[in-house]
Each structure stands twice: as structure tokens, then as C-alpha cells.
Design a binder for this molecule. Structure first.
Ligand code: PLP
Length: 572
């Protein structure tokens, strides 16, 4: 592959060949670059990792936060202790000599640029540009605009979005990207880039701008979208942009970034079939396509499974179709790889919490952002019943951070700790601190079952269950997001609760989910795990063969390439 690699490297340096710019507020590139808070950032990272592997001509644009997202500690009753992450961009990124200026209120703010290179399997490079305002030339107030990811008030958030959107376009121009044909907005945060494109084009026509913008929405509830008071926007943005805004919004107040994204994008998509349907309903906009999310297979497959796949299905890491042949992997080898991943997690659990879990016990994880709608505490609805079902049979691993301002999310963690403490001595339950990429990879590979029970239809897609499937870990989940497309009952995993209902959120009975969760755990999962191990292993192989084949970012970015970017990958 030496020659291919050289060609790719050369192509990587030719800026005129880059056709797509991917704008994202957060991105998970490495565990120790704290520029992500959850699924949105992990998706952005996985998207660019797949783009680099396949040779999709894309570049990334994001913000450099001084402290990024916080580090989570937990006290014995589950109170979250938040500390700033001190990281050193100069150890992870390369600072470029270039800089641009933008206006915030009547101030000029200088934006410096740092580069991170995502290097694909064959040497093709996808650069990611981090925009930095924490520099001596800026006032103290401006230096602190990007202190924390999703931190600060409305004013700060608007400024961050100006830096990302307007600053981002100027940065691309300054770096010499003149042939970008598509601007991909990963969520509405980046929508102000459209205003800069309009200004740049000499205010020609919105239609031309619209041809170039692609908007991926991720939030199935109206309250989750960025909305700013018009007066605030007028205070911060230069008048020229306000004129465009007035025209775009056609008198709509306040300023909703999702509205701007919808109006100025030619291609709009949700991140699963169900989410696209919910979005069509919410936006009253029929043209919302569905491109279901994925994960980057090589990143989220545990080392023991990588070795297994290299042996039995070589080529899996750049062509996920190979996963279809996972059904032929011998049972013993698959189970051995699973035991290695499980042993690693259980050792970590013991080191961190002192809880000595058993390798041969059915182990279930619930790890994700502690947002209220994800209902981490649902399992503890009936402690007596849970004790009866789980004691001596099931052990549980939890993890997840609540956003510092999310009181409800913090309450959910407290509820989990309450249940965990009450069940001490009866059921082993560990809550691991500081859920991040590394922990995510270890947990999604190291348990037997991946539990997910969000309120329908609030899980736009969910991706952690896809990581689980890559490692033969079985999903046990409410039918929402990707799982509606991935669940074949008792073949790839199990559903919790009723079939997906209509989009109405209020139309919902939580008791059905609780009943089904307990019932299936007791009468289906536990008996299968202990009495029919080969049946269990068959399901593990099905999950890999049916789910990992499809729910990966190689497939996903090829869909974007075909339907939205209109480019062909260099490789494949
Ligand atoms: C994969 C991942 C997520 C996304 O998981 P969901 O299924 O959307 O909850 C969030 N955080 C981390 C650290 C992850 O690795």
C-alpha cells in the first residue's frame, strides 16, 4: 500500500481538491482533547475518521475551548463534583501562523487557528481547524468567550456561534480553501456561516448559498434548539448581517438558528428514520431526509475483537460489509474475545470502586449523558422487584455526566446512587466517574448487555448501542432512534416497551416500559444467558453481522457523499 499512501498524502495537500467543510461545535478526536460532551461530538469525530479512511475531500472546523468540557467526580451519595480540565493545545495541535478578525459588538476579535490532522488508514489527511480567541491581542472578556464547551450565558453562546460560523468561513478563505462546494452544518450551532456566505457573495442570491448548505439536525424537541432574543443579536452582530437576518426570518422573532439552517440549506436530514419523521412534524417541513448515524468501526472495536476480526474477517476495518461473515466465527473464539474485554472492564471497576464483580455473571451497563429523558434511574423503579430478579444473577455498571447547569440530570444521578446504595450487599452496582471516550470504549465492549431506555421519541439516534454491537454486546433497548432499525427481537437483541408510537411526547405510559424491562430481564435474558450459552453467542454473532455491517460511519458518510456532497471517495 506504499504507493497508494503517497498519492493520498499528495492529494491531501492540494487545497483546491477539498469540496466539503464540516462545521461542528464539538468533536471527539482523542480522549485527551476535551472538546466534546457526548454523542454529537463523538459522531463528528467518527465522521471525519471515516472520511479520512475513505478519502472523502472534507475539512473540519470547530472551536478551541480553553478548558473544554469538565471532569466529573462523584461523592458517595452521587453529587457531581466538576473541575476544569487543564489541557495543553500545543501538545495535541499544531498552531498555524494565520489569523483572521471578526466583529463582536464594536470590537475586533482576533481568531487564531490550530490544526489537528485526522490521518486515514491509507495516509489521507482530513485537517480539523480549531478556532482560538484566547490570545493576548484580545480583551480579557473576549479571551474568555470560549472558556468552556456549552458554558456561559446566551451572550457567550451567541458569540461562540459567531466565531464558529463567521470566523470559520474567514479561516477557510485565509487558509486558501477556495473551492468548497458544500458546507455541512452539524447541528444548528454553525448556521451563522450562511450569513457570511451571503456577505461574501456580495449579497447576490440566497439560492446560490442554499445550493451549498447541508444541515443535519440532532434534536427532536423544540426546546433543544438555540434561540436568541432579537435585541441581543442586534447588539452583537454588525448591521449588514442583521439586514440579511431580517430578510431570512421574514419577521420571525426571536432568532432561531434552526430556522436559519432550514431556510438556507438545500439538504436537511435527521439522524435516524424515526428522527427524520419527528423533525418533519416539528419543523412542518416535508423535505427532511433520513441518514442514520453510525460509529467508526476501528475506533470502537475492542483490541480482543480486532484480533478476532483480523483473523476471521480480514478487511472489516475499512469495509464493514465484512461483518456479515461474523456468523462463521467459531463460538469459543468469540467468547474468549468477549471474556478478555469483560475482564478488562471488571478489573477497572474493582480498581475504581472496590467492587469485585464476577466474570461469569450477567453484566448490564447503562452509560450515557445523564440527561433526564434518558431515564438512567428507570431500572430502580421497584427496588424489591429488582432485588428479586437480579440478586446473585445480574450486576450493573453505570456511568454518565450531567451538564453543570442541568439540575434534572444531576437529580437522575442522585436517584441512581440512592438505588445503588439501598441495594448494597444484594446487587452489585458500580457507577464509574467521568464518562469519556476511553471509558465509553471499555464499557461498550466489556459488558454482556447494553441497556437503553429513553423517553420516546427523544433519542434522535443514539450511537453507544452501535459500539456495543461491534463488540457482540447485546442491546436491550426502548424502540427509539437507531434501535427501531436495528432490533430484530431475540435475534440481534431485545426491545423494551411498546412499538414506536406517534410523535406526540405526551402520549406516553412509563409503566409499560418498566414492566417490560423487568419481565424480559427475568424471563428471557437471564434464562438465555445461564441456560443456553450457545443461543446467547448466536445472538452476539447476529448483532455483529446484522448491526455492525450497517450502523457504522463508513456507510453513513457514503450516504452523505451520494445524496448531499455529490462526491466519490478516493478509495474503495
Ligand atoms: C458514544 C458516546 C456517546 C453517545 O452515546 P449515546 O448512545 O448517544 O448516549 C456519548 N458519550 C460518550 C463518551 C461516548 O463514547
Amino acid at each position: 500500500m506504499q504507493e497508494v499512501s503517497e498519492i493520498f498524502k499528495r492529494l491531501s495537500r492540494d487545497k483546491s481538491k477539498r469540496e466539503i467543510a464540516y462545521f461542528t461545535m464539538e468533536i471527539a478526536l482523542e480522549n485527551d482533547i476535551p472538546s466534546y460532551s457526548g454523542g454529537l461530538g463523538v459522531l463528528a469525530g467518527d465522521t471525519l475518521r471515516s472520511a479520512a479512511d475513505l478519502g472523502i475531500p472534507i475539512v473540519g472546523v470547530t472551536l478551541l475551548q480553553q478548558y473544554g468540557y469538565f471532569h466529573q467526580g462523584l461523592d458517595p451519595s452521587g453529587h457531581q463534583i466538576e473541575t476544569d480540565v487543564r489541557w495543553h493545545p500545543e501538545l495535541k495541535l499544531q498552531q498555524l501562523p494565520n489569523y483572521v478578525e471578526i466583529n463582536i459588538e464594536d470590537r475586533k476579535v482576533r481568531v487564531h487557528i490550530w490544526e489537528y490532522d485526522v490521518v486515514g488508514k491509507f495516509g489521507y489527511v482530513v485537517p480539523v481547524y480549531f478556532l482560538d480567541v484566547n490570545i493576548p491581542e484580545n480583551s480579557q472578556k473576549d479571551r474568555e468567550l470560549n472558556k468552556h464547551l456549552y458554558g456561559g450565558d446566551q451572550y457567550t453562546r451567541l458569540c461562540q456561534e459567531i466565531i464558529l460560523g463567521i470566523g470559520g468561513i474567514r479561516v477557510l478563505r485565509d487558509l486558501g480553501y477556495r473551492d468548497i462546494k458544500h458546507y455541512h452544518l452539524n447541528e444548528g450551532h454553525a448556521s451563522l456561516l450562511a450569513l457570511e456566505l451571503i456577505r461574501e457573495s456580495g449579497y447576490s442570491s440566497y439560492d446560490k448559498i442554499k445550493q451549498g448548505c447541508i444541515f443535519t439536525t440532532h434534536t427532536p424537541v423544540a426546546a433543544g434548539h438555540d434561540v436568541f432574543d432579537f435585541n441581543l443579536v442586534r447588539q452583537v452582530l454588525k448591521p449588514v448581517y442583521i439586514d440579511y437576518l431580517l430578510e431570512i426570518l421574514e419577521g420571525e422573532h426571536p432568532v432561531n438558528l434552526t430556522t436559519i439552517s432550514l431556510k438556507l440549506s438545500n439538504f436537511v436530514n435527521g439522524v435516524s428514520m424515526k428522527h427524520a419523521e419527528v423533525s418533519r412534524d416539528m419543523f412542518n417541513y416535508y423535505k427532511v431526509e433520513a441518514i442514520t448515524n453510525g460509529v467508526h468501526s476501528a475506533t470502537w472495536t475492542a483490541p480482543s475483537f480486532q484480533r478476532l476480526y483480523n483473523q476471521y474477517i480480514p478487511g472489516w476495518d475499512n469495509d464493514p460489509m465484512h461483518f456479515a461473515r461474523a456468523v462463521f466465527i467459531p463460538d469459543e473464539d468469540l467468547w474468549k474475545a468477549h471474556m478478555v474485554a469483560k475482564g478488562k472492564l471488571l478489573r477497572f471497576v474493582e480498581d475504581e470502586t472496590g467492587i469485585r464483580m464476577k466474570l461469569d455473571r450477567l453484566t448490564i451497563a447503562f452509560a450515557r449523558r445523564a440527561a433526564a429523558y434518558k431515564r438512567a434511574d428507570l431500572l430502580f423503579s421497584d427496588l424489591e422487584r429488582l432485588t428479586k430478579i437480579a440478586s446473585d444473577k445480574v450486576q450493573f455498571v453505570f456511568a454518565g455526566k450531567a451538564h453543570p447547569k442541568d439540575k434534572e440530570g444531576k437529580q437522575v444521578i442522585l436517584n441512581v446512587f440512592d438505588g445503588l446504595n439501598k441495594l448494597k450487599g444484594k446487587v452489585d452496582i458500580a457507577y464509574l466517574e467521568n464518562y469519556d471516550m476511553n471509558l465509553g470504549a471499555m464499557i461498550t465492549a466489556g459488558v454482556d448487555v447494553w441497556l437503553n431506555n429513553p423517553q420516546r421519541p427523544r433519542e434522535a439516534s443514539g450511537t453507544s448501542g452501535m459500539k456495543a454491537a461491534h463488540n457482540g454486546v447485546l442491546n436491550f433497548s426502548v424502540l427509539d432512534g437507531w434501535w427501531i432499525e436495528g432490533c430484530l427481537e431475540a435475534v440481534t437483541g431485545w426491545a423494551i416497551g411498546p412499538e414506536p408510537n406517534k410523535v406526540n411526547l405526551a402520549d406516553y405510559d412509563e409503566r409499560q416500559d418498566i414492566e417490560d424491562l423487568y419481565q424480559k430481564l427475568e424471563t428471557v435474558l437471564i434464562p438465555l444467558y445461564y441456560k443456553d450459552r450457545s443461543g446467547w453467542i448466536r445472538m452476539m454473532k447476529n448483532a455483529i453481522a446484522i448491526n455492525a455491517t450497517y450502523f457504522n460511519t463508513h456507510r453513513m458518510i457514503m450516504e452523505y457523499a451520494l445524496k448531499a456532497y455529490h462526491v466519490a471517495p478516493l478509495f474503495q
